[in-house]
Design a protein around this ligand. Structure first.
Ligand SMILES: *Cc1c(COP(=O)(O)O)cnc(C)c1O
Length: 397
């Protein structure tokens, strides 16, 4: 008989009762170092007093009013994001997929308004992940996710990442823009080269296309800058973000320049829940922390400590790991042993990590993680590899 909770996930047999900082606790008292952070989402960790207080206080006043009225919490959050980024205007929604849908709609609409209604197609990249709605499944382009869901939504062309010739060859009179994750998360913590991102910008300018970054996972401070594209010194036209922006409360956002945003006129796009007083109170509380002077530099520094510890582990155990990827606190360790076996062994060692594509384990702890907790996590990962070797002698060398 089917479980009453629809079984669309292979869940670990583990339930948490409470959390504190980077730690999660089960009801029987076991504790886990959380380097998954609910898939790079619990950016301030668990039970952060400022975030908890802001949500509780706002919940007591008013949670939801709809977008038929002004929402001061949303106006404030939008202004703060505009002040801290390339953007002139922000649209709030509830999830990463919804932010990406809106981003693509905005790009298409800008082309339409500019006299190019035929320009609707997006160039996307192999290994991408943009979400699970029907259109974002097509943007993702992964056969495994598309299977059984009918004809893929038209309008998304895929090329290899970091290959400018492939991008230029894919441009047609129907192309509206380019959609890329500056660092692919699900795909295996694969970074776009800074030079490649700058070349995409100049290519978009040359052909009159729009450049959209999916920063649902790598944005909101995760890499040590508010947005990952800042490392490349490139200015996008549109950016989507979600995961970390609400610190665990569902919230997504589309940030855009005025030139693009102005085409999504009143009535052309909407959402019932998006940008509610409660969600934006959470977003503002997260920004209170992330925008503190030195916070993002601290994320970058802690990320260096984690990276160095992971590199030392890979060097010490070359039969288990071979290489570290990513930036800031969005790191992946490429595995020789099967990543899913390692993920399970990590759990037995009290460490939560997330598997990603290309046999990578993702380490995406809360941004408030300490250097000591990073070293602790890497020791647990080393012991997890020993467990997998014992359990699977075929993999021992
Ligand atoms: C998680 C993710 C999404 C989808 O976000 P949801 O909130 O699950 O819809 C889209 N893009 C990227 C890069 C992601 O990591």
């Amino acid at each position: 008989m089917i479980a009453s909770l629809m079984p669309t996930y292979n869940r670990a047999d583990l339930a948490f009762e409470r959390g504190d900082g980077v730690w999660l606790y089960t009801s029987d008292g076991r504790r886990y170092l959380d380097f998954g952070a609910g898939i790079a989402t619990s950016s301030l960790g668990h039970g952060h007093p400022h975030l908890v207080g802001a949500i509780a206080e706002q919940a007591g006043r008013v949670m939801h009013v709809s977008n038929l009225y002004r929402v001061p919490q949303a106006e404030r959050l939008a202004q703060r994001l505009v002040d801290a980024s390339f953007a002139d205007s922000v649209f709030f929604c509830n999830s990463g997929a919804e932010a990406n849908e809106g981003m693509v709609k905005m790009m298409r609409r800008a082309m339409y308004a500019g006299g190019h209604p035929e320009r609707t197609r997006m160039i996307c990249f192999n290994g991408a992940f943009h979400g699970r709605t029907l259109a974002m499944l097509s943007a993702t382009g992964n056969e495994k996710y598309l299977q059984g869901f009918g004809t893929p939504v038209d309008g998304f062309d895929h090329v290899p990442m970091n290959n400018l010739n492939a991008v230029r060859d894919a441009i047609t009179p129907h192309t509206a823009g380019i959609l890329i994750e500056p660092i692919q998360g699900e795909g295996g913590v694969r970074s776009a080269d800074g030079r490649f991102l700058r070349e995409l910008r100049s290519t978009c300018d040359e052909f009159g296309l729009l450049l959209g970054f999916d920063e649902v996972q790598c944005g909101m401070g995760r890499t040590g800058r508010l947005f990952a594209h800042e490392w490349a010194g490139v200015k996008p036209d549109v950016v989507s973000t979600a995961k970390g922006i609400g610190g665990g409360f569902p919230l997504g956002a589309i940030l855009a320049t005025e030139a693009v945003a102005k085409h999504l006129t009143a009535g052309s796009h909407g959402t019932t829940f998006g940008g509610s007083p409660l969600a934006c109170a959470a977003g503002n509380a997260v920004l209170d922390v992330v925008l503190q002077p030195d916070f993002l530099d601290g994320v970058a520094r802690t990320g260096e400590v984690l990276r160095e510890a992971l590199e030392a582990l890979a060097e010490a155990q070359p039969d288990a790991f071979n290489g570290v990827r990513g930036r800031g606190l969005m790191l992946g360790i490429h595995c020789v042993l099967p990543n899913t076996a390692l993920q399970a062994a990590c759990m037995a060692e009290g460490l939560l990590v997330v598997a990603a594509g290309e046999n990578v384990l993702r380490l995406v702890p809360p941004l408030v993680v300490s250097e000591e907790e990073c070293r602790d996590a890497v020791q647990r990962l080393g012991r997890a590899a020993a467990r997998v070797r014992q359990a699977e002698p075929a993999h021992a060398s």
